[in-house]
Design a protein around this ligand. Structure first.
Ligand code: ZN
Length: 209
């Protein structure tokens, strides 16, 4: 069975970058693992429990159909990943040996957030023999090469939006707007003369038959 590994620096990055694709993969019976490297405890509004993002990522990944045992949560300090590069790399190598994924998703290496850059760079180092795709988070991308497209159905985007609704603590974020998510999916779909899609940078492609 094909095994997919989604690496999310922070809890909602994976859903935002490839939530529709995850919904499609799960529907196709593929095995999807989701790793969140931080629950950003120090960024949470003081009127909320500091583990609110852990609660929300559990709910969001459940909506996408990722089983409980395939959600892995670390607690690296938000905005300080560059000081933990080696620790991140060692965890990625352990995950590589344990999960043996065929396909990995990371943020684009052109992402301007320092934590996202660490996950992209260490992902490329840890998974040398693997196919890796970079997902887009347009508010963090100055350049993004749309080289790979995964066509999606309306229901996959609906599922992505439903998952993102679980992040109640983050609803003020502009990028969680449903209108934005629909329009990006439509834009990427239109690039390939289709309906909806998510686009990815091909960071490495290794043919495995
Ligand atoms: Zn993030």
């Amino acid at each position: 069975m094909e095994k997919i590994l989604v690496l999310a620096p922070h809890t909602d990055d994976g859903e935002l970058g490839c939530g529709g694709t995850i919904a499609r993969f799960i529907q196709e019976g593929k095995d999807v693992y989701y790793v969140a490297f931080s629950t950003a405890r120090t960024s949470v509004s003081p009127d909320l429990p500091d583990n609110i993002l852990e609660i929300e990522v559990r709910a969001a990944t459940k909506v996408l159909g990722i089983s409980k045992g395939k959600l892995i949560i670390f607690d690296y300090p938000v905005r300080h990943f560059p000081e933990h590069r080696q620790g991140v790399l060692e965890e990625l190598i352990k995950l590589r040996e344990r999960i043996k994924p065929n396909l990995i998703f990371v943020p684009s290496p052109n992402d301007i957030h320092q934590d996202h850059q660490v996950i992209a760079a260490e992902g490329l180092r840890a998974f040398k023999r693997h196919t890796i795709m970079g997902y887009e988070l347009p508010w963090n991308n100055i350049v993004f090469e749309t080289r790979n497209f995964i066509p999606l159905e309306k229901r996959h985007i609906e599922r992505k939006i439903e998952a993102l609704r679980c992040y109640k603590s983050q609803q003020r974020r502009k990028y969680l707007s449903e209108e934005f998510i629909w329009s990006l999916a439509r834009t990427r779909g239109t690039q390939i003369e289709g309906g909806y899609a998510e686009a990815f940078e091909v960071l490495r492609w290794v043919y495995d038959g």
